[in-house]
Design a protein around this ligand. Structure first.
Ligand code: ADP
Length: 508
């Protein structure tokens, strides 16, 4: 996959993922809004029902007083008769005649009406009385109706004004009314409530009603025939937000889980893609390197063979020997390369048998130094031993472990542009021996340090590119080290050098 296609793919995948997340957020938000609207609708319906029940109860309470007066005295009560029966009634009756319109007074004096049926009928229909009366065909009847309505209203106004609310309805009763209606509408969250008179809280309220403009629902109660009232029934729901959220919690968490799965799948897909891309790049590099490495010996062998074919040289035994030696050398080099690659793939398939024996680490290090000291000398480099470990016996495979050290030393030489300066330290830490091999060469960036133990990994840029290699040395080192139950770390700084540290368990 080329770079542009890969980038486009990642771009579109990211775009659609962000799109999905945004759509989910939008959906959650609009669900919450819808639920809020529905909640509001339900509460308004509940409040309307409770207000109607309160109106009816008020009428019933009034009727009780009215009928008990009628029963005890045997006569139909007038307003004047009823007023002393209200607990807040003023002493001076003349001062408290508020509704002194002519029609009402006429009725006060006439002692008409108030058969229960009629009273109930009129009170229940008081809000529609006006329209009903329009329909009345008979003018006298209409007049009668209107008078009756005004009278009832004036009686009810007295009752409302002078009979305290708490004497006939308790907070508890209102609570149970609201609670019953709310449950019936499917609203189960706690609520606070109160009846307000001209904006002032009456004694009918719950304990913790406090004003929150976002969380208040109200409905008028005790309206008169003109729809006027000073009373308002208010409810609030302190846990409304949590309640609304909980109603979509199930489906929201499901969508959250699926979104998370998509994100995880997306990230791992991208990760895999990047890995694959890197591997394919590394493989291409490796093939290029290998081809390059084989090209020279093959060309040399070709040249040597051509030379031998030449009759002049063919007869010169010494020259033939030299060319044959060259061919053998080049052949050996190619063989070594192939062997290297094969070993790694054997390691991968776990086919390599590694037998371990007790050995002295310092001896093994000396053996490894033996392999590289000529190269160091020829490069005018130095290698210094700092063998501080007292206990040095470990279980290891001497061939592979020597290879490990040689690979690291080889790199220290390869990646030192000037004369290599190498230091080898050993020390004991608890039951371990630490072997540190440090150089003052090119060093590596943090990103490179993380990847050098990967198969085929080679740093691409700068001077490093000029150094030959296949990126297999340290992969081999890592496998062998792990097989010995050891650990290997690298500390390095670009331009300053690198230190490879092997931590190995000791045996007694
Ligand atoms: P190769 O040396 O064949 O490329 P290795 O597996 O031995 O492969 O090393 C992998 C990479 O680690 C190298 O290409 C190089 O970039 C980096 N590296 C290893 N040792 C050193 C070192 N001592 N100093 C700087 N870079 C190093």
């Amino acid at each position: 996959m080329n770079k542009t296609r890969f980038r486009l793919l990642v771009f579109f995948m990211s775009l659609s993922l962000i799109g999905i997340i945004l759509v989910q957020l939008y959906w959650v938000n609009s669900s919450l809004k819808n639920n809020d609207e529905q909640f509001k609708y339900h509460i308004q319906q509940v409040l309307a029902k409770v207000a109607e029940r309160l109106d009816n109860q008020e009428a019933d309470e009034f009727y009780k007083i009215y009928i008990s007066y009628k029963d005890s005295t045997g006569k139909t009560p007038t307003r004047t008769d009823l007023l002393p029966l209200y607990d807040n009634s003023p002493d001076n009756r003349s001062e408290m005649v508020v509704y002194s319109d002519k029609i009402t007074r006429e009725y006060d004096e006439d002692d008409v009406f108030f058969e229960k049926n009629k009273f109930d009928n009129v009170v229940r229909k008081k809000n529609t009385a006006k329209t009903n009366s329009n329909k009345s065909s008979n003018a006298v009847e209409e007049d009668e109706d209107r008078r009756l309505r005004f009278t009832i209203e004036s009686y009810m106004k007295d009752f409302r004004e002078y009979k305290s609310l708490e004497s006939w309805i308790s907070s508890e009763k209102l609570r149970s009314m609201l609670s019953a209606e709310l449950v019936q509408s499917g609203v189960t969250t706690p609520f606070e409530f109160g009846i307000y008179n001209s904006g002032m809280q009456t004694k009918i309220h719950s304990g913790r009603l406090s004003y929150d403009p976002d969380n208040f629902y109200e409905h008028t109660v005790f309206e008169d025939g003109q729809g006027y009232t000073k009373y308002r029934l208010l409810v609030s729901f302190p846990e409304k937000k949590a309640y609304l959220v909980s109603s979509i919690l199930g489906i929201t968490s499901l969508s959250l889980v699926f979104t998370l799965i998509i994100i995880i799948a997306y990230l791992s897909a991208i990760n895999q893609l990047i890995k694959q891309k890197n591997i394919s790049e590394i493989k291409t590099d490796f093939i290029n390197n290998m081809t390059h490495e084989f090209k020279t010996p093959i060309a040399t062998i070709n040249l040597a063979l051509d030379a031998i074919k030449n009759p002049k040289i063919f007869d010169d035994k010494e020259k033939v020997q030299r060319y044959l030696q060259m061919i053998r050398e080049e052949n050996k080099r190619m063989h070594a390369q192939v062997e290297n690659v094969l070993q790694i793939s054997k390691l991968d398939k776990k086919e390599l048998e590694i037998n371990k024996e007790q050995a002295d680490i310092h001896d093994i290090i000396e053996g490894a130094i033996e392999h590289v000291h000529l190269i160091i000398e020829s490069a005018n480099g130095t290698l210094t031993r700092h063998f501080n470990a007292q206990r040095t016996t470990a279980l290891l495979n001497d061939v592979h472990f020597t290879n490990v050290l040689v690979n690291i030393l080889d790199n220290a030489i390869k990646y030192s542009p000037d004369a290599p300066v190498i230091d080898i330290y050993t020390e004991n830490v608890k039951d371990f021996i630490l072997i540190k091999i440090s150089d003052k060469g090119l060093g590596m960036s943090k990103v490179t340090q993380k990847r050098i133990f990967e198969k085929f990994y080679r740093e691409h840029t700068g001077d490093i590119h000029n150094v030959k290699g296949h990126g297999l040395g340290l992969a081999y080192v890592k496998r062998i080290i792990e097989d010995h139950n050891c650990h290997i770390y690298v500390e390095s700084e670009k331009g300053k050098g690198s230190t490879f540290i092997i931590k190995m368990p000791l045996i007694n």
